[in-house]
Design a binder for this molecule. Structure first.
Ligand SMILES: *Cc1c(COP(=O)(O)O)cnc(C)c1O
Length: 338
């Protein structure tokens, strides 16, 4: 047990929790029951499909402690469904959603002492499916591995809840129409590192990508979905190549049901984003992060004087209170593990 964890200074970095889960599946076959085992290195062939051709997908989810002493997950079935969808696109075998949720719950229990105290962070769970069998030609690997590991984490952005500074890149795209942007495919992330590094070197927190077809519409913020608020309207991009976030979907539902906002998934032009009242990004890791400024072609647009907007705050409060059972969860989104 590693109780040298400093719960007050967690960041979004890897501190492996003690137990991981591994199941295997031969091509055309069935998943093994799998095993829970101590976290550690795994051995795979240098010819593994995932290493040579990037045949891999992942998910990201959080277990948290509530004030009432429960341990909860948020919509884990949705991660299971999305993992199936990603698997189909990357020629990986699908894993049953029911078994997926069962494995996640067991992983949370097995790693209970790694879940930060209430309010200090969460246990981030990372399910992956990789082509681990060796293959020389470009085709699906002969064997697959489903693995889940976990790590306690704190805030995703170093700024905490302070609004972040973003830059629209005019140099790189994240994803192309009919490509892999809409699935949690590992290759999308390595492909984004160069753009993110350049923008961070200039002092920004993350990069905003435009659509690859016309370079006119906002697509995503690094690994979080983009939203803007204009009066009573909540707009979020719909380009076909964005990642369908579970936080995004939940935010859209809350804005409509709880705040009577007019919610629209549509093309969001650069001009619309720059003239919005409030902008934020959303994802499991980022939760809801208020955007304080967006720079485009060297010109910075500042929102709300770098303060969190009132609507953004309201959406954040409602979402996080539902997630932590502090207000009613009319949708059955929260799954109590213990
Ligand atoms: C995971 C991810 C998101 C957020 O999805 P959630 O289900 O809300 O965590 C958004 N964009 C990208 C590119 C992602 O990888």
């Amino acid at each position: 047990m590693s109780f040298d964890i400093d719960w007050d200074n967690l960041s979004f970095s890897l501190t492996p929790a003690k137990t991981m889960f591994i199941a295997k599946c031969p091509i055309g076959g069935e998943w093994s029951d799998g095993e829970y085992m101590p976290y550690g290195d795994i051995s795979i062939s240098p010819g593994a499909g995932v290493l040579n051709y990037g045949q891999g997908i992942f998910e990201g989810m959080k277990a948290q402690r509530t004030k009432g002493g429960k341990i909860v997950l948020f919509r884990p079935d949705q991660n299971g469904l999305r993992l199936q969808n990603s698997a189909r696109r990357i020629c990986l075998p699908e894993f049953s959603v029911e078994k997926f949720v069962e494995v996640i719950k067991k992983m949370v229990i097995e790693n209970e002492e790694y879940i930060p105290p209430y309010g200090k962070g969460s246990l981030y769970l990372r399910p992956c499916i990789w082509g681990t069998g060796a293959i020389l030609g470009v085709s699906p690997a002969p064997e697959y591995t489903f693995i889940v590991y976990a790590s306690p984490v704190g805030q995703y952005f170093k700024t905490g809840f302070k609004p972040i500074k973003l830059e629209i890149t005019t140099e790189f795209h994240r994803a192309a129409p009919h490509g892999t942007g809409n699935v949690k495919y590992i290759g999308n992330y390595a492909a984004g590192m160069f753009a993110a590094r350049q923008t961070k070197e200039k002092g920004f927190n993350e990069v905003i990508y435009l659509d690859a077809r016309e370079d006119k519409y906002i697509e995503e913020v690094g690994a979080a979905n983009f939203f803007c608020i204009k009066g009573n309207k909540l707009l979020t991009p719909k380009t076909g190549s964005i990642l369908p976030g579970i936080t995004r979907k939940s935010v859209m539902q809350l804005a409509s049901d709880k705040f009577g906002m007019e919610v629209s998934e549509q093309n969001v032009s650069i001009e619309e984003a720059l003239s919005a009242d409030e902008v934020f990004c959303a994802g499991t890791a980022a939760v809801i992060s208020s955007i304080g400024s967006i720079s485009y072609k060297g010109k910075e647009t500042i929102y709300n004087n770098f303060n969190v907007g009132t609507v953004t705050q309201k959406i954040y409060d409602t979402l996080t209170k539902i997630q932590l059972q502090e207000i009613e969860d009319p949708y059955g989104w929260v799954v109590v593990v213990k």
